[in-house]
Design a protein around this ligand. Structure first.
Ligand code: ADP
Ligand code: ADP
Length: 225
């Protein structure tokens, strides 16, 4: 990966499942050489490898519920150790996780530099998730209609196979969107008063969203954790 412009940033990508956080995280990774940390990707890798963490997380993930805060917080303390630049995708997802992140970053003297909220309506999210095709190894995603790969079932970037996630079925998607409203949407108020909180219109085409993300990142400074 050769970044166009390396830059230190510590961003939270906030928003409902299907809003395009992962898609934009990959664009930011390529542009700024900053690493995406996706809790969903880490958990799925653990499920696939049959680790103890994967065994604890599997049933929650399959039913569209959140994995418990203590498991996620311990996992993220590990992930963040020694990193001064990162994109958090899918974390924090509860107020308790946001508080734990704040405490950790305060201890490390590494405040967040921005919080980006990806805003989209439920109908759009539903269509995006049920048409999503994912590279299980890298987490990169495509959409059958909105962002198709050049060859069906094959990742343009690394040629790997694309699969539909078991939790991207209509039934589990409905539960995940309910879970978001109940447990994660309160983070909009939690982070909303931060100086570098930006609301991004996630309904726009991918390139337009990327431009809005770039503008938000260019403006982002340092905020208290
Ligand atoms: P999406 O990218 O569609 O928003 P994710 O890949 O982030 O979905 O998450 C998939 C599943 O992994 C969630 O439904 C949940 O069970 C679990 N998960 C991921 N991140 C967290 C988190 N921060 N807290 C609790 N559970 C999580
Ligand atoms: P999240 O990580 O927030 O769950 P993804 O980045 O995986 O969301 O995107 C969900 C689905 O929507 C994927 O199939 C992706 O290709 C598609 N998608 C992402 N951004 C857009 C967009 N701006 N317009 C249309 N489809 C999009």
């Amino acid at each position: 990966m050769s970044a166009v412009e390396t830059r230190t940033m510590r961003l939270v990508l906030l928003g409902p499942p299907g809003a395009g956080k992962g898609t934009q995280a990959k664009v930011l990774e390529e542009r700024f050489g900053v690493r995406q940390i996706s809790t969903g990707d880490i958990l799925r890798a653990n499920v696939a490898q049959g680790t103890a963490l994967g065994a604890q997380a599997k049933a929650f993930m399959e039913s569209g519920k959140l994995v418990t805060d203590d498991i996620i917080i311990a996992m993220m303390e590990n992930e963040l150790a020694g990193k001064d630049s990162f994109l958090l995708d899918g974390f924090p997802r509860t107020v308790a996780q946001a508080q734990a992140l704040g405490t950790l970053l305060e201890r490390l003297h590494l405040p967040l530099t921005g919080v980006l909220l990806f805003d989209a309506d439920r109908d759009t999210l539903f269509k995006r998730l049920t048409g999503r095709w994912t590279n299980a190894r890298t987490g990169r995603s495509y959409h059958a209609e909105f962002n198709p790969p050049k060859v069906a079932g094959i990742d343009d970037v690394d040629g790997g196979p694309l699969v539909q996630r078991p939790d991207d079925t209509a039934e589990v998607v409905a539960k995940r969107l309910d879970t978001y409203e109940r447990e994660t949407a309160p983070l909009i108020a939690y982070y909303g008063s931060h100086a570098t909180f930006s609301r991004i219109d996630a309904l726009a085409p991918i390139a337009t969203v990327s431009a809005a993300v770039n503008r938000a990142v260019a403006q982002s400074g340092t905020v208290l954790p």
